[in-house]
Design a protein around this ligand. Sequence first.
Ligand code: KG4
Ligand code: ZN
Length: 361
Amino acid sequence: MTSLTLLGIESSCDDTAAAVLRGAAGSADILSSVVIGQTALHADFGGVVPEIAARAHAEKLDDCVGQALDSANVTLDDIDAIAVTAGPGLIGGVVSGVMCAKGIALARDLPLYGINHLAGHALTPRLTDSVPYPYLMLLVSGGHCQFLIVSGPNDFRRLGGTIDDAPGEAFDKIARLIALPQPGGPAIETRAKDGDPRRFKLPRPLLDREGCDMSFSGLKTAVLRQRDTIMVDGALSAADQADLAAGFQTAVVDVLAEKTRRALSIYAPMTDVRSICVAGGVAANMAIRAALETVSQEFDATFIAPPLTLCTDNAAMIAYAALEQMGSRPPEGMTLSARPRWPLDQTAPAMLGSGKKGAKA
Ligand code: KG4
Ligand code: ZN
């Protein structure tokens, strides 16, 4: 197989990222992966502000690409193709990345591939662990939540997803409600260790409904109600915080575990070599991981969690998705356009809501 060197660019949310990858589908090396975050820029606003994000991407992209080339010890002369996230995401940011990629492709006469951000996440287990198709993928981040059966570089079947908030978004909002810092996920996980998950009765949304769809926004309202019954002079004790955090986290674990069981029961008959993979920042949560591993064992499936730097937004996954897809599709070149919404599985029903991090596609 020919080895190619690709430059990847990602700017669909609040991370400006560029990476250089060398290899072929199924076996590629990450020569560099640079991620410039924007957390501080959005900190005062309780979420990502699209205009601020777009401007920051436009300002940082050139520098980010330069850093990726330098730390890979290559120049644009060594690059064979460019891959850029063309959606879904916050459109200003996606446009910034696409324009930057087009500029380089045009100046260097290089093929340009527009990549679906979710395909980047979904194909990551092939990059990190050479996982064979078909595998089951659970994307759980601040902006995404869906189950996919990945049967090929362009073959994604969505089994279900959140109908409102993404789990990471719920962790962040609950943290704010109980006066824990952002990002809420790690703060809640730490505080939950000292809490009693059974003190508060919290719902397990949509478990009574068939299928793999999930909902996390009702859980947030339920936590708010419980909080209001125990607050004294607008404040919570550390023990109350811990019990609310533990109760919430356990509810999310229960929902994800049961929905994963259902997704695995659809996927399991498809193959004897079963893998379930996770991606997204929420996959860092040890309680969630442990529950998913236990469920995987019921189906004789291997549980695979790529390193966190490749689970969260990065450009190596975008370059890698192009390596996987280029054998079966042409580059778009200058006709490439940015798409705010871009479902991976065109046949699945549209998803609702757009979340703090943009369209969930
Ligand atoms: O994938 P990511 O870095 O960004 C996008 O959403 O695109 O995920 C960030 C999300 C945040 O909402 C954060 O609170 C959540 O992942 N997160 C966690 C944990 N670490 C990060 N959620 C639960 N438990 C954690 N340990
Ligand atoms: Zn993402």
